[in-house]
Design a binder for this molecule. Structure first.
Ligand SMILES: *Cc1c(COP(=O)(O)O)cnc(C)c1O
Length: 225
């Protein structure tokens, strides 16, 4: 894909996001995280030159490699994938701007311990398994608020910033919408605890997610495939 084609993709995405966010509210701001897991460093650099600053990776090793290779660019890196406990130190070293996928109290406690050992902090979102799918990571929606508060209380090296979800895996729009609404309701309750990020919506469903209140979308294939 050449630069002109990427410009078109990015412009098209930005306009679709504009339309969706204005429908929600003129004051509603949505941040785009470009998920670069399908592409190479040259395309990341091209998109950066076109103005995109936030990029997301779902594997710790890939994140590390790309941070190294692109270190001359002030990219804001996000980690969006499942974190295995044996990769925690690698992620801490990568020092992402935001970790979207804190998916259990156990993981939070393990991360807290390593962060404390290294006397550093990490900004994280609590991942919610909003459609209660067996194949998906995340906490049960009914337990999300309690777990969020518990992490806030017991993990001072984790700065919780809000919630993340992956929409229900189905073609039924109603079910996807419901999973976003469930997550947004939890986000609303947590706002008084300082939550300010609701990360939901991917290439196939970001307009619906924004309609439901998302203020951060993670878009891969619409940009890179
Ligand atoms: C891959 C991925 C995305 C991007 O998905 P697309 O459908 O390609 O936009 C978003 N979020 C997570 C957690 C992902 O793993």
């Amino acid at each position: 894909m050449d630069k002109e084609m990427m410009r078109e993709r990015l412009d098209r995405l930005i306009w679709r996001v504009e339309e969706a966010r204005i429908k929600r509210s003129e004051h509603h701001i949505v941040k785009i995280v470009a998920v670069s897991k399908y592409t190479d460093e040259a395309h990341i650099q091209t998109l950066y030159e076109l103005g995109q600053r936030a990029f997301g990776e779902s594997r710790v090793q890939m994140l590390q490699e790309r941070i190294e290779k692109l270190e001359s660019l002030p990219i804001e890196w996000h980690f969006i994938g499942r974190l295995q406990k044996n990769k925690i130190n690698h992620l801490i070293r990568a020092n992402p701007f935001l970790m979207h996928s804190l998916d259990s109290l156990e993981l939070a406690e393990a991360l807290q311990k390593r962060l404390a050992d290294q006397n550093t902090q990490m900004a994280c979102l609590l991942q919610i398994n909003s459609a209660r799918e067996a194949t998906k990571a995340g906490v049960d929606p009914d337990e999300a608020e309690d777990i969020y508060l518990k992490i806030k209380e017991t993990c001072p090296h984790i700065s919780l910033r809000g919630v993340m979800t992956i929409g229900a895996h189905t073609d039924e729009k109603e079910a996807v919408k419901q999973s976003f609404e469930t997550t947004y309701k939890i986000f609303e309750k947590l706002q008084k605890e300082g939550a300010d990020i609701c990360s939901m919506g991917m290439s196939g469903d970001f307009e619906l997610a924004i309609a439901c209140g998302s203020n951060m979308i993670r878009v891969g294939s619409a940009l890179f495939q």
